[in-house]
Design a protein around this ligand. Structure first.
Ligand code: TEU
Ligand code: CA
Length: 567
């Protein structure tokens, strides 16, 4: 029944190195900075650290554009610093998982430098090179080989003047897509992965790994009226050879290797049915997926088209994933990562009810079936940032979007800024708030992106000293997963699917049953679950507010969460 899979009762903590801790005062977080703060993670109790990319990179997309897979960017330190970090992580009984970004490289990676050097270079075919559209000349407006739009605005094709062909880049023009059809590419990636495992790392978080197999015919995508580009995603998400590529990778990298590893596939747009295939242990692809459906529910046609969350949609989405992966399959559980706005500002209340709503959100998430991910600062209830103007943003996606919409006059600066303030990835990337000192204890220099002024009250030092803080609540949630097998292994049953305020479900493992309740509103809300009066007298495993009555009926206070247990 899969109880031997250690990562089912584990909690992962994601570090975004640039924003975690700066050891040398250059304003950018680094590896020695992380090493110096590991006791914070031990105290929280997490099992695994996932490190966003620290490899040499021109930093066009903060390290997701890699120019050398087997090194450390001098901004972050040296390989010796890395080995020291790894040793210190292991010494504390934790594991370290690397970010594996192999859908694309940097355009400054030697592979691409060679590939672009001539049409007959041996590495030409390591990337996607194509001539202009039939009957058009290279550089003509609309001559790109397909009409696909890039995730970072503009077309997915860049003309290389020297050879007169276009190369594909689903993300920035400095992130050319590798051609996984070429077996030499796959072998080079496998060898690099083995090199990191030999060094002692415990696995990989695989960036946009469901984009590595494309429809080689490269058809145009559907282009709606008024859209600047077509949607190529049906032709590059979970393409024809994706399962083959992942099975081959597993066999070439992990098979026969001793150790307890973790592989997680970041997969935008993955369906439940595909996820079952990716994570069926018998198929040997990845241990779990990291999917995006629930973080798209407050968006319309694009992520910049922001609308309020309807709690019933959240329950329907997460509930469908729980049901679909029950038995076979495994999911990651997350509210936050380095690409998402802060959850307490998004689905909670980052004002008066900041602590209650952050702890309620954590409770509901961590009690689902799956492996929870905590993104740095989430355990403090860190909030979105008060960005004033476009000059405050650093993220390529945000800045490109602004230029693409404001410069040609499609939208006013204020309209675009309003969406960026809510959805920009930079909300997650402001420096970790360690204490109330001038730059929050993140750096002694000038931080690369402004520290949130609320670090005066929202910071790790204050949270650790306060038993009622978000930090201690997350610590208790993690401890609960380690202690109570029903949290990791119990089945999941959604309750109250139509309730607009109360999130409710049960988990059951053999004779143990848990009831989880969360109030997603700032008002009192009755939790109208079957036998609520009976539950009210059961053992309260964990709540986020004091003075919980021990008799029913259950009425949740604003943003209250409770976990009951009975046998
Ligand atoms: O992100 C993949 C991805 O599709 C998103 O979460 C992306 O940030 C969003 O769709 C943009 O609207 C991964 C990384 O997590 C992200 O930081 C990188 O920029 C991206 O891949 C390219 O490597
Ligand atoms: Ca530094």
């Amino acid at each position: 029944d899969g109880q031997d899979q250690w990562w089912k009762s584990a909690v992962v903590y994601q570090i975004y190195p640039r924003s975690f801790a700066d050891s040398n005062g250059d304003g950018i977080g680094d590896l020695p900075g992380i090493t110096s703060r590991l006791d914070h993670l031990s105290a929280l109790g997490v099992d695994v650290i996932w490190l966003s990319p620290v490899y040499p990179s021109p930093q066009d997309d903060n390290g997701y554009d890699i120019s050398d897979y087997q090194g450390i960017d001098p901004t972050f330190g040296t390989l010796a610093d890395f080995d020291e970090l790894l040793a210190q992580v292991h010494a504390r009984g934790m594991k370290l998982v690397m970010d594996l970004v192999v859908n694309h490289t940097s355009d400054e990676h030697p592979w691409f430098v060679e590939s672009r050097s001539s049409r007959d270079n041996p590495k030409r075919d390591w990337y996607w090179w194509r001539g202009p559209r039939e009957g058009m000349a290279a550089g003509d407006p609309g001559a790109e080989p397909t009409n696909w739009g890039s995730f970072f605005s503009g077309p997915t094709w860049e003309l290389d003047e020297a050879t007169g062909e276009y190369y594909l880049h689903l993300f920035s023009r400095k992130q050319p897509d590798l051609n996984w059809e070429n077996p030499q590419v796959r072998e080079a990636v496998h060898a690099m992965m083995r090199w990191w495992l030999d060094r002692g790392v415990d696995g990989f978080r695989m960036d946009v790994i469901n984009m590595i197999s494309k429809d080689t015919a490269l058809p145009d995508g559907h282009q709606g009226p008024g859209a600047h580009h077509g949607d190529g995603s049906p032709h590059f998400l979970c393409g024809p050879r994706i399962h083959e590529f992942l099975q081959e990778m597993h066999a070439a990298v992990f098979a026969g290797r001793d150790g307890a590893f973790l592989t997680v596939g970041e997969m935008p747009g993955v369906t439940v049915d595909e996820a079952v295939l990716f994570t069926d242990p018998a198929r040997r692809e990845v241990d779990m997926v990291f999917q995006f459906e629930h973080v798209g529910l407050d968006q319309g046609d694009s992520k910049w088209d922001v609308r309020p969350l309807d709690l019933r949609d959240l329950k329907a989405s997460l509930g469908r994933w729980q049901a679909g992966l029950a038995g076979t399959g495994w999911n990651s559980l997350y509210w936050n990562n380095h690409d998402q706005p802060r959850i307490v500002s998004r689905f909670g209340d980052d004002g008066e009810h900041r602590v209650a709503s952050a702890t309620m959100l954590g409770t509901v998430l961590h009690l689902h079936r799956g492996t929870p991910y905590v993104y740095q600062g989430e355990e403090l209830g860190m909030t979105n940032a008060p960005f004033a103007s476009i000059e405050d943003f650093r993220d390529i996606e945000s800045v490109n979007h602004y230029r693409a919409w404001v410069d040609p006059g499609h939208q006013s600066a204020e309209e675009v800024l309003a969406a960026l303030r809510v959805m920009s990835r930079d909300n997650a990337r402001t420096p970790m708030q360690w204490d109330d000192s001038p730059h929050a204890g993140f750096t002694t220099g000038e931080p690369w992106i402004a520290v949130n002024p609320n670090h005066a009250t929202v910071n790790a030092a204050a949270a650790v000293a306060d038993e009622g803080s978000v930090f201690h609540h997350y610590r208790r949630l993690i401890e609960l997963r380690h202690k109570e097998p029903a949290v990791a292994h119990g089945d999941f049953h959604m309750l109250l699917p139509h309730d607009e305020r109360v999130y409710a479900f049960t988990r059951r493992l053999e004779d143990v049953e848990l009831l989880v309740l969360g109030n997603f509103s700032g008002e009192d809300a009755p939790a109208d679950v079957p036998d609520d009066a009976g539950w009210a007298g059961a053992e309260l495993l964990l709540g986020n507010l004091p003075d919980v009555p021990d008799s029913g009926p259950i009425v949740l206070r604003p943003w209250e969460a409770r976990i009951y247990r009975r046998t």
